[in-house]
Design a protein around this ligand. Structure first.
Ligand SMILES: Cc1cc2nc3c(=O)[nH]c(=O)nc-3n(C[C@H](O)[C@H](O)[C@H](O)COP(=O)(O)O)c2cc1C
Length: 187
């Protein structure tokens, strides 16, 4: 767990990992550790010439406020990658604690209805013609600003053309389970 090597410098002080001294981190080890990072849960939606698609995504981050940019990371195995790239637009719908069913449907594991199916859930149309989750905690409607392949995933950076703030507490995902926020006393 200690990030500093015996020389007192990260990576031995020369920016190079010593592959002999330190074995690479395996996917299971990486996933077990990263799974402890609590995140919000979003459904990224897109629509346009390549069709309508939605995917549950936790890898969402703010990039910049001026200009307003957000990013999301999508596995290149997902048909959502070609859809977002071809449509040129996407919306990040940050789900509320009441929206667990959306997360399950768009992760391909619905308790009711068909996977990745929009018809079981409530939507409204956004400014870019994208399906937006009704009563979402927050929504960012985006045009694709840039994209980059990294490992197994595509990083889409979106230029935010409309942002909406709701009132509901967000859904949380941590250690492979959905959770809710409990506010500390005194805040
Ligand atoms: C809470 C949660 C967060 C997820 N986050 C991401 C993500 O950030 N990027 C991604 O590409 N897939 C993410 N997924 C996986 C996709 O939603 C989806 O389950 C997967 O692409 C379906 O493919 P599979 O059936 O081959 O696993 C997440 C799933 C869940 C349940």
């Amino acid at each position: 767990m200690h990030p500093v090597s015996s020389s007192g410098h990260l990576n031995g002080g020369n920016g190079q990992m010593n592959a002999m001294a330190k074995p690479p981190v395996g996917a299971a080890q990486f996933t077990a550790a990263m799974g402890l990072a609590a995140t919000g849960v979003s459904v990224v939606t897109t629509d346009g010439p390549l069709g309508r698609f939605g995917l549950t995504v936790s890898a969402v981050s703010s990039v910049s406020a001026e200009p307003p940019l957000v990013l999301c990371c999508i596995n290149r195995k997902s048909p959502a990658v070609a859809a977002v790239e071809g449509n040129g637009v996407f919306a990040v719908n940050l789900l509320s604690a009441a929206h667990r069913a959306y997360a399950e449907t768009f992760a391909g594991r619905p308790r009711e209805g068909r996977p990745f199916d929009f018809s079981n859930h409530d939507w409204r149309d956004g400014e870019l013609g994208l399906p937006l989750v009704s009563d979402a905690t927050a929504i960012f409607e985006c045009e694709v600003h840039d994209q980059l392949d990294a490992g197994t995933h595509r990083i889409f950076i979106g230029r935010v053309v409309a942002a909406h703030s709701g009132a509901a507490d967000p859904l949380v995902y941590c250690n492979r389970a959905f959770a809710r926020i409990v506010h500390h006393e005194g805040n």
